[in-house]
Design a protein around this ligand. Structure first.
Ligand SMILES: *[C@@H]1O[C@H](CO)[C@@H](O)[C@H](O)[C@H]1NC(C)=O
Ligand SMILES: *[C@@H]1O[C@H](CO)[C@@H](O)[C@H](O)[C@H]1NC(C)=O
Ligand SMILES: *[C@@H]1O[C@H](CO)[C@@H](O)[C@H](O)[C@H]1NC(C)=O
Ligand SMILES: *[C@@H]1O[C@H](CO)[C@@H](O)[C@H](O)[C@H]1NC(C)=O
Ligand SMILES: *[C@@H]1O[C@H](CO)[C@@H](O)[C@H](O)[C@H]1NC(C)=O
Ligand SMILES: *[C@@H]1O[C@H](CO)[C@@H](O)[C@H](O)[C@H]1NC(C)=O
Ligand SMILES: *[C@@H]1O[C@H](CO)[C@@H](O)[C@H](O)[C@H]1NC(C)=O
Length: 467
């Protein structure tokens, strides 16, 4: 018995050595990265272990808040919806590219040819009742918050020309505004929501409760927590994405992104030491929300295991680096101001001449296949919304045409297309068009397998995550 066991052990060891050697030989240039990835695998990282075990969740409300990295999230969801032929509810033309914000959301704001939806993510003011009626009943609700001081500085600069409360401030001085906010702020004015408790307002709450009204803030937080399964935090964006991918059973490739809608460095201001406290007092409900959900984010991260989270963040950054290199000719992309971007579709919206919003251009010599893919990662919000609406309208028309001629002899039910069996994506509703198989992974494989030589430069910052 003993000897049999021993020889089994030996055979196993010999096999292990052979495997390791051939692994090393085959991965020469990638040795460092491969070995690291090998050790860094979390038992829970879906794509690395057993793809396709649990279907990806596809019914999602992402409440897009202002100035919180939510544009990057929206871009990610748009891409996911496109890859998987999902229906994204989009605004009617007379609502612009938002759902008639700042009005409270109503299903009347949704373009009828983008119904019934799997996802919804364009700017809106949250109305739970209306959304619950519109969306499938297994919809997961997600949103994102940002630290109030840096957020307010960003709002103040971005909306300096749009919000009356900010326009009235002498010299456009944030210090002057915070010295006496009530002198400039008019709660009933259009665009006043950019000047106080913007997060609370976007979430459907009352932005004008006073700083001392802690009961309101507590009740509001409880309500938000009941509806939203995940409240992401901009300061810990990658960590939040790890939680998101676990919550939705999404792959690493599904959460790779390029940062969008950032300001040029010159239009950012650093805050003098006394300002953050003043900003928090002025935006006290937002501050309460933020502290609460930042704490609960870290509770969730700890539950997953901080080591595990750090490893997945590291893998995400590696994947991201490879993507950007493969899209931008082997280097990291150079952020450009709008006027420097050749492709007009890639120019982000500029709120005023004082604020530069950064965008990207693609190299001229990029291959057609790569261009198709890479464009989507850097496409500004308004351009992408229009493109997505266009493709969904086409699909809607096609499915309508496919249905009508057969009406006479085939019962309605059998004409409905069922989701492809081998697709990893789980739907609760029939897809609106003839979905024919899972193309969802072929494209994204390209993003992760392209590019070489990332191993040497290593991760951008494996230690930046605050653990
Ligand atoms: C929210 O939506 C529901 C359902 O559409 C509607 O009845 C309600 O009036 C809305 N709430 C507000 C405050 O507009
Ligand atoms: C969701 O709706 C379907 C029918 O539309 C129903 O059969 C199912 O029980 C509902 N699920 C939940 C969790 O309410
Ligand atoms: C605005 O700027 C001008 C010139 O920089 C200065 O003289 C003036 O005092 C400023 N006003 C306020 C209210 O800060
Ligand atoms: C978020 O919460 C963590 C854990 O409690 C804390 O260490 C960190 O300072 C908080 N971040 C901010 C920006 O408040
Ligand atoms: C495109 O041009 C850049 C230099 O301008 C070069 O580094 C890169 O390899 C080229 N890419 C392709 C796909 O030819
Ligand atoms: C999406 O639809 C297109 C065109 O109808 C089809 O070719 C593709 O295979 C579908 N992809 C998925 C993931 O269902
Ligand atoms: C492996 O990568 C790390 C950083 O990720 C680097 O410090 C180290 O020198 C690399 N080792 C080799 C053998 O390339």
């Amino acid at each position: 018995m003993m000897s049999i066991k021993m020889s089994q052990k030996k055979i196993f060891l010999v096999l292990l050595v052979i495997c390791t050697v051939s692994f090393l030989l085959h991965n020469g240039g990638h040795f460092n990265w491969s070995m690291e990835a090998f050790h860094l695998r979390c038992s829970t990282l879906r794509s690395q272990i057993t793809p396709g075990l649990k279907p990806k969740h596809t019914n999602i409300v992402f409440l897009k808040t202002h100035k919180t990295a939510s544009t990057t999230m929206q871009n990610m969801l748009f891409r996911f919806a496109e890859r998987n032929n999902l229906t994204m509810a989009l605004p009617k033309p007379n609502c612009g590219h938002q759902f008639c914000y700042p009005q409270l959301f109503s299903s009347h704001f949704v373009h009828p040819h983008t119904l019934p939806p799997n996802m919804i993510t364009s700017h809106m003011r949250f109305n739970k009742t209306a959304l619950q009626r519109l969306m499938p009943n297994d919809t997961i609700y997600i949103t994102i918050l940002r630290e109030p001081a840096s957020m307010f500085e960003s709002l103040f600069t971005y909306y300096s020309r749009h919000s009356g409360s900010f326009r009235r401030v002498p010299n456009g001085s944030l210090e002057a505004f915070l010295a006496d906010p009530l002198r400039y702020y008019r709660p009933e004015e259009a665009d006043s929501m950019y000047a106080r408790n913007t997060l609370t307002f976007d979430l459907g709450g009352n932005k004008d409760r006073t700083a001392t009204d802690v009961t309101y803030a507590q009740a509001f937080v409880a309500e938000v927590e009941k509806v939203f399964s995940l409240v992401m935090i901009s300061e810990y964006f990658d960590e939040s994405l790890v939680l998101l991918s676990h919550l939705l059973s999404w792959d690493l490739d599904d959460i790779v992104y390029v940062k969008l809608n950032m300001r040029t460095e010159s239009s950012k201001k650093s805050l003098s030491p006394s300002l953050p406290a003043k900003i928090r007092t002025w935006n006290s409900i937002d501050a309460y929300l933020y502290d609460y959900f930042n704490a609960s984010l870290w509770v969730k991260l700890s539950a997953l295991g901080l080591d595990c989270v750090a490893k997945e963040v590291y893998l995400l950054r590696l994947a991201q680096e490879r993507l950007t290199k493969s899209c931008f000719g082997g280097q990291m992309p150079v952020p450009r101001s709008a006027s420097e971007i050749r492709n007009k579709d890639l120019r982000p919206w500029q709120p005023s001449e004082k604020v530069g919003i950064i965008g990207y251009d693609l190299p001229l010599n990029i291959s057609h296949e790569a261009k198709e893919l890479c464009l989507k990662y850097i496409m500004p919000e308004i351009t992408y919304t229009q493109k997505l609406l266009h493709s969904q309208l086409l699909r809607h028309r096609q499915s309508f045409q496919n249905r009508t001629p057969q009406k006479s002899n085939i019962p309605q039910q059998s004409i409905r297309t069922t989701p492809p069996r081998h697709s990893q994506v789980h739907r609760t509703q029939p897809p609106p068009s003839n979905a024919q198989g899972s193309a969802s992974t072929t494209k994204s494989k390209f993003t992760l397998n392209q590019g070489t030589g990332t191993s040497k430069s290593g991760p951008k910052s494996s230690n930046t995550s605050v653990l």
